[in-house]
Design a protein around this ligand. Structure first.
Ligand code: NAD
Length: 319
């Protein structure tokens, strides 16, 4: 019988979904989390290992020779030594897309919070500030209308283009920078150079993958090319931003505000400089996580394993 082990299932399914799709495919063991020193013991003689952020190294593959399949419950698969897996004939599969609409929606959860401070105003009302107000309304922060403003999107792929569609519905103009422009993108926005994007954008939203070429793309030098009072949103990967440089720009007001769902080290370290910055909203990497999005992820993960057992693996990242 197939033996399946899920090493860190909690974030995908904290209890509101079912693992039954995997149960139908073999003998299933699910761990919520697995510390590094328990990985080998818990995999044991399982043939299929399912992980989200739990690393599967060459040493683990050496110690667990029964592994034939590693399924990653995410798009990014850098936690698996895919080269070692390939050498050993182990198939590694990922979930290429599941959260496009959820992440694009979340860009606007951050951006609209910056524009309206709904939470802070609601708290002020509950604290009695409206009841005791001299006028019929009040606001504690500048309120910003997005219509007519320009959104610059770096990385105009699935999430970038979906974000652009929503921004257009709000009346924004769209410019984009991508290494590989395509017709779908041209139909939604105007491709420009990176420098032009920095110069023209009122809001910059990051949607490129983390590569050595994109690491630190939001740095002091590039921030200097931006409009005074620009807003920066990062729902992609933390290391795209040099956090000290963003902090300095928020402090000086060069960057008016930022919304980030991702930071350089996750969970965020208590000495992360962004925790002390003004005009920033930081969320704990939740853009991907609405239940609808996690259900799609689960369905694709189960389908990936079913196809592997059927001898027709799909979404293989180490062909
Ligand atoms: P995608 O592959 O569809 O789009 C990425 C785009 O970036 C592509 O068009 C690609 O050509 C472009 N690109 C590649 N190199 C570039 C470069 N050097 N400069 C500019 N553009 C470049 O990916 P996607 O599904 O849109 O996801 C985008 C990113 O969102 C992912 O890489 C991931 O980091 C992030 N993400 C975050 C969450 C979250 O929960 N916060 C969830 C899913 C994905």
């Amino acid at each position: 019988m197939n033996k399946i082990v899920i090493l860190d299932g909690y974030t995908e399914n904290p209890g509101d979904l079912s693992w039954e799709g995997f149960e139908k495919l073999g003998q299933l063991t699910v761990y919520e989390r697995t510390p590094a020193d328990k990985i080998i013991e818990r995999i044991g003689d399982a043939d299929a290992v399912i992980v989200n952020k739990c690393p599967v190294s060459r040493e683990t593959m050496d110690a667990c020779p029964n592994i034939k399949y590693i399924g990653v419950l995410a798009t990014g698969y850098n936690i698996v030594d895919v080269a070692a897996a390939k050498e050993k004939g182990i198939i590694v599969s990922n979930i290429p897309t599941y959260g496009t609409t959820a992440v694009a929606q979340f860009v606007f959860a951050l951006l609209l919070e910056i524009c309206h401070h709904v939470d802070a105003h609601s708290n002020a009302v509950k604290a009695g500030d409206w009841t005791n107000n001299k006028d019929w309304c009040f606001w504690n922060y500048p309120l910003i209308e997005l219509a007519g403003k320009t959104m610059g999107i770096i990385g105009f792929g699935r999430i970038g283009q979906n974000t652009a569609q929503i921004a257009k519905a709000l009346g924004m103009n769209i410019i984009a920078y991508d290494e590989y422009p395509n017709d779908a993108g041209r139909a939604i926005g105007e491709y420009v150079s990176l420098d032009e994007l920095f110069a023209r954008s009122d809001v910059i939203s990051l949607h490129c993958p983390l590569f050595s070429s994109t690491q630190g793309i939001i740095n002091k030098e590039n921030i200097a090319k931006m409009k005074d009072g620009v807003i920066i949103i990062n729902t992609s990967r933390g290391p795209l931003v040099v956090e000290q440089d963003l902090y300095d720009a928020l402090e000086s007001g060069k960057v008016y505000a930022a919304g980030v769902d991702v930071v350089s080290t996750e969970p965020i370290r208590e000495d992360n400089v962004l925790l002390k910055a003004k005009n920033i909203f930081i969320t704990p990497h939740i853009a991907w996580a609405p239940k609808e999005s996690r259900m799609r992820l689960m369905d694709i993960a189960v389908e990936n394993l079913a196809k592997f057992y059927a001898g027709e693996p799909v979404n293989v990242v180490n062909k």
